[in-house]
Design a protein around this ligand. Structure first.
Ligand code: V55
Ligand code: FE
Length: 500
């Protein structure tokens, strides 16, 4: 139980919480402790990278791991089930056939075995995206894989019934809660290091109705994007790719501290020729965005978990950026632009604490969000955070921000739950309340280090308006878990509608 898996490189990417789980799990009738609110009726899905085989190259990173999808199902009888399944991608099947890794370095086709050239190498490991009754496991380097939302069995690569031209769809989509439309994009849309970006709209029934391509200012890691009621926003940060570097067997990404960031803004139903590029600061980076919205004056506000360099240590190392972890600074940062004004750069303000995994109720997507949640570090914690994930440090605190009532000097933080030393919390999902004025519920997986290379995991259900009160309900999950990338909540009413 406490043994390390010596078949994997003994680097930060494969030890401790990052040690691969390596197996599919079926746990049924788990006890739900406490009082589960009736609204928390449905399933919580999570995506995890978990390499099936030790990597071809010892310098592999967490992001390369084969996609695993988990489902925590709250059952009608008051118990819960927990399933983990590999996504059986073309890559997973090709490797399973030989019983070893055949694909090489992170997002570098030139390091793959000769006999798998041309095989889809995406690992579908980043977000379980639920839309129009379909569950898609997405990763930004390829097309998503569709999985059965009940059994988690892999259905296959998904291209919107042959309509999608882009070779990629990112893991960060935006669904307008008012129209039910899915907005997404794919970068490196026609191959590695390309500046081509595909911007797509899928109607509420799941039909891809529009796909347009444009050129980004340079080939950048475009991890997330945003919509407002009337606009689509494409932020560009200077973590860049070069084909020559890939051909030489090098790293996909290098961060460039002296290169400008950009915010592309276009009418969301408009033509890509209408994109206006607003200049941002040099050298910054962000993975995840809380939201974007227009105010009464038509000014767009875009809130992002921004940092002064790329947050991933292995990308900084590949870039020759030597910074102590405490010199990596960040904050929830607002870029404001007037799409009809004359200014050609963003205006920046700090609106929240450092951290990541921002969350708003799905209904507020692209509209003003008076409040939201995110993960951060407890500044009062004595001792180091739990080691894990691509950054190497897990978050230990969840906060609620109130942009109306919270003090700006306090980063709008009005409520917090700080976990004890040795604990961490993964990306939460939001479950709406049936009660008017109640902020709903939060579901998240928490990890606890219980010994040398020993961990315990549980799902916690929190009152989204009273985080400090601690869990209303808990489900202990008696199996080892790797840190989650992203999660999704699907209400039981929607699962019941799925034709099976
Ligand atoms: C991220 C995750 C990825 C990836 C690129 O969290 C960026 C950010 C799990 O894969 O390939
Ligand atoms: Fe992400």
């Amino acid at each position: 139980m406490a043994t390390v898996d010596a078949a994997f490189p003994q680097t930060s990417h494969f030890i401790g919480l990052n040690q691969p789980v390596g197996r599919e799990v079926t746990l049924t009738h788990l006890a739900v402790e406490g009082t589960l609110p009736p609204e928390v009726c449905g399933s919580f899905y999570r995506a995890i990278p978990d390499p099936h085989y030790p990597p071809k190259f010892a310098d592999d990173n967490v992001l390369s791991g084969d996609g695993m999808v988990s489902r925590l199902a709250f059952n009608a009888d008051g118990t819960a089930d927990f399933l983990i399944r590999y996504v059986r991608t073309a890559r997973w099947l090709a490797e399973a056939e030989k019983g070893r890794a055949r694909f090489g370095r992170y997002r570098n086709i030139f390091t793959d075995d000769e006999d798998v050239q041309g095989v889809d190498r995406t690992v579908a490991n980043t977000t379980p995206v639920w839309h129009a009754g379909r569950m898609l496991m997405a990763k930004e380097d390829g097309r998503p894989y569709q999985v059965d939302p009940i059994t988690l069995d892999t259905i296959g690569s998904y291209d919107f019934d042959g309509a999608l031209k882009s070779e990629t769809m990112t893991a960060h989509v935006r669904i307008d809660g008012h129209t039910g439309e899915l907005f997404f994009y794919g970068y490196e849309a026609d191959g590695p290091a390309s500046t081509k970006v595909a911007y797509c709209i899928v109607d509420a029934s799941g039909k891809l109705v529009k796909e347009q391509w444009f050129d980004a200012p340079y080939c950048a890691m475009m991890h997330d994007f945003a919509i407002t009621k009337n606009y689509a926003l494409f932020p560009i940060y200077p973590t860049t790719c070069s084909l020559d570097r890939l051909k030489a067997g090098g790293d996909h990404w290098v961060h460039e501290p002296e290169t400008d960031s950009w915010l592309g803004v276009m009418p969301r139903y408009g033509d890509v020729s209408e994109i206006r590029w607003f200049k941002g600061p040099k050298g910054v980076s962000a993975y995840h965005f809380m939201n974007a919205f227009e105010d009464e004056a038509g000014v767009i506000h875009f809130d992002q978990c921004l940092s002064n360099t790329n947050a991933f240590p292995f990308i900084r190392e590949a870039s020759g950026i030597h910074m102590a972890p405490w010199d990596v600074k960040g904050a929830l940062t607002r870029w404001s632009v007037d799409p009809k004004g004359d200014a050609t750069s963003v205006s920046e303000s700090v609106v929240g604490p450092p951290g990541d995994f921002p969350l708003i109720p799905a209904a507020m997507q692209g509209r003003p969000n008076p409040y939201g949640w995110m993960l951060t570090m407890n500044p009062e914690m004595q001792g180091p955070p739990l080691f894990g994930g691509p950054v190497g440090a897990m978050f230990n605190t969840i906060v609620r921000l109130d942009f109306v009532h919270g003090a700006a000097e306090a980063g709008h933080v009005v409520d917090a739950l700080a976990l004890p030393q040795g604990w961490s919390i993964n990306e939460p999902v939001h479950v709406p309340s049936a009660q008017e004025g109640h902020l709903g519920y939060i579901v998240a997986i928490v990890d606890e280090q219980t010994g040398d290379n020993q961990f315990a995991h549980a799902a916690w259900v929190l009152d989204a308006g009273a985080l400090h009160a601690g869990p209303l309900a808990k489900v202990a999950i008696p199996t080892r878990l790797r840190p989650q990338v992203h999660g999704w909540w699907v209400p039981q009413s929607q699962l019941d509608k799925v034709a099976r």
